[in-house]
Design a protein around this ligand. Sequence first.
Ligand SMILES: [Zn+2]
Length: 606
Amino acid sequence: MKKPSQKKQPAIQYTIVPRDLAGHLFDVTVTVAAPDPEGQEFALPAWIPGSYMIREFARNIVRIRAESGGAEVALAKLDKHSWRAAPVAGPLTLHYEVYAWDLSVRAAHLDQTHGFFNGTSVFLRVVGQEAMAHQVDIQRPADPAARTWRVATAMPELGAKRYGFGTYAAASYDELIDHPVEMGDFELASFKAHGIPHDIVITGRVPNLDMARLQADLKAICETQIAFFEPRSRRAPMDRYVFMTMAVGDGYGGLEHRASTALICARADLPGTAAPKSGEPNEGYLRFLGLCSHEYFHTWNVKRIKPSVFAPYDLQVENYTPLLWLFEGFTSYYDDLMLVRSGIIGEATYFKLLAKTIGGVLRGSGRTKQSVADSSFDAWSKYYRQDENSPNAIISYYAKGSLIALAFDLTIRAKTNGAKSLDDVMLALWERYGRDFYPGVGRGVTEAEVEALFDEVSGLKLKNLFERWVRGTEDLPLAKLYAPLGVKLVDERKSGKPSLDAGLARDPLGAKLTQVHEGGAAHLAGLSAHDVVIAIDGLRVSGMPSNVDALLGRYRVGDTVTVHAFRRDELMAFELVLQGDKTAGITLAPAVAGKKSAAIKRPSAV
Ligand SMILES: [Zn+2]
């Protein structure tokens, strides 16, 4: 992107000052050069793109006032997100204070250790002037704790030096809020992926961080993905990219942006210099690399190829789409696949990850009631607002969406004798709807266009499969689809170790049931979510984690045990017939031991 000229008077100018680190307060101003002569409206988004829930960020605006030419201007509140200033002749400035104490990738957080914000939490939208050039002056806090702080963001610098405080610029409001900003004494490392600079920024104390390994692994993942979408030119869709990571004791999450991602992870998931240098990543580090791979894949799939209702977003209300199974599910399919294709993990580890996803999807009866299209549409009130009954009522468009990607991939490979695969569909989506999305802002893709494109690229008629897998609730025939590719799927869930078939959590009295699976042992016995199990056959349930598995280990599937539990403060007894543990029992492996399957690589014919 071309930088706007510095001399030109900015249409919309923000300043943001982390004023009170201990009180978690940002001071923000916005000056509008040519406000609406009828009275300028301002609004803060109700949600942040990528996280489909109404969050009402404006509730964190503590104080707000308006002025013009040194005189106060009346400001009327229109609704929970919006204000209108009285008409003024000259430039109009709003001053407001934002409380920032949400340690997630979705909002804003400020204390003596660092500052982080998404534009959706701090920058009021100047209604009607969204397409104008926006500038932000990010100022260093006066607090001595911030003397050595630096700034990390993919927002283009205007006056600021790279990693410095100062002026940054965005071509529009849409771009402004798509570049989160991290400030603090972070660890920083850089690498190039197919010529494009990438930064790794790590905030939070991480003793003996192996940044060299992280750099090498992320470079491999990024280069694999860039070459996936642009096999000929190997051209990345952005000028630079920033992985900003907050390392904490326990946490996991990421949010995608057009040229960066904000991540939160457990510090134990980051590689350490004391760990073995070679070999596959351990479980925690693999989880982190999978997250990075996922968010990076979104650079193409959802930040540029996107549902038509997101082009543009309406930031004040829910934006309903039946397509999140494509944007989240397919991204979840490719995030692990990219780890194999980049050589980070081998086929055996990949199949273990996949088996876990298959087991997770098969476990809940919600999969027989809600399609992934409906789950996508209702994400705002169901997937993002889960409760104890969710496994019995909803399906994850991430997990089942990733298996739908697999099922389509295997179907297309089989029916075209390996000439085509899902990769070709993704490339066609990219070429037609994604590659030129910015800067003009494309129009996105509709459900009908997605389906037509699947048929066109594969040369097959796939409508029936969309009806059954995407709009229906049929289980995916993965064992059958994998067989021709030399992969065996084995389901031994019924013969697993004895289990209550319920989710368990720590409780001072015993073990609390967090979820009771429909048709499972606990449900059939009459137990309910939130019951606290205190004894099994007269023996106390205790410990953290609880000794339930050890107690049940002395029984067989089909045995009956007496379970004592508190419901609220009433003690109740239940006769429970033990079932096999359904959390494990799916395995996937090449049908011929030691032989690599043909199920992962890009078909050689293409
Ligand atoms: Zn995602």
